[in-house]
Design a protein around this ligand. Structure first.
Ligand SMILES: Nc1ncnc2c1ncn2[C@@H]1O[C@H](COP(=O)(O)OP(=O)(O)OP(=O)(O)O)[C@@H](O)[C@H]1O
Ligand SMILES: [Mg+2]
Length: 249
């Protein structure tokens, strides 16, 4: 089983869990305005990801939000370190492909738009190199050989403008929009307003998930942040002592 729970659908008075298979849905796009609950959702997703076998998680937190301090330093990059993180991730993607390995690696990139704008403004060659790497993985990373290996990209940003994706936006199997699904975002993602319940336009933690051409409204359950961070730190300690639950060494 490689299912990741994103939250619950509300159907009448019932809460129906909604979980997605990582193999079936490898690349994810998570967008929504500031304060809409993207990072809160991502933390909930990471809790599920860390429990999967054969998955190695890398996080690039471009704005150094402090939201990922429970990650081990080898798997967390902030600010300019994100350039090196992309290169390292691309190298692992190539190793998995060339050696037909069964490892699955995921890069969660928080504040991708801010990274693209910054990279473009400071070094166009480096911006192109790193954006091309991500675009290639989006196109080719789903299945790397016959042993089940893969490299998956989860991109987090406020507005999914085409300029940040160079044509590769269609490679996201799951698109999640938290809170305000504005007209411009609906147009970018080909969504119809009538499919989105009104409360999912205004409440933090309420989102819509688009996959297989269907739209599902869902809510991310509230959790205690301190307790969640303690659980994630405990998982990090466990993996520091015993090695990742997940990856081959
Ligand atoms: N599902 C939820 N249940 C309860 N509170 C929530 C939920 N989602 C978000 N919140 C509250 O909203 C706050 C802002 O959420 P979050 O930091 O995830 O926003 P964001 O979309 O990542 O914003 P930014 O783009 O500025 O990083 C959280 O600190 C939390 O207090
Ligand atoms: Mg955030």
């Amino acid at each position: 089983m490689d299912h990741i729970r994103i939250g619950f659908r509300l159907i009448g008075s019932s809460k129906i869990p909604i979980s997605l298979s990582l193999t079936k849905y490898p690349h994810w796009l998570i967008c929504g305005p500031s304060g809409s609950g993207k990072s809160y959702l991502v933390k909930y997703l990471i809790w599920h990801l860390l429990r999967l076998s054969m998955v190695e998680l890398f996080v690039a937190d471009f704005k150094n939000s402090g939201d990922y301090e429970y990650m081990d330093p080898d798997h967390l990059a902030v600010g300019m370190e994100c350039i090196d993180m992309i290169r390292r991730f691309y190298k692992r993607y190539n190793e998995i492909k060339e050696a037909n390995m069964e490892d699955r690696i995921i890069l969660i990139f928080d504040e991708w738009a801010a990274y693209c704008l910054w990279a473009e403004s400071c070094d166009k060659k480096m911006a192109k190199e790193t954006k091309d790497m991500i675009a290639e993985i989006l196109m080719m990373g789903r299945k790397l050989g016959s042993n089940g290996g893969g490299a998956y990209i989860w991109t987090v940003l406020q507005r999914p403008d085409a300029a940040y994706f160079g044509g590769s936006r269609e490679n996201y199997f799951v698109k999640i929009i938290m809170k305000d699904v504005t007209k411009s975002i609906r147009m970018m993602l080909d969504l119809d307003e009538k499919d989105i319940p009104a409360e999912h336009m205004v409440m933090p933690g309420h989102g819509v998930c688009v996959m297989d051409n269907a739209i599902y409204a869902f809510i991310v359950p509230s959790y205690d942040n301190t307790a969640m961070e303690a659980l994630l730190k405990a998982e990090r300690e466990r993996s520091r002592k015993q090695g990742p639950r997940c990856c081959h060494t």
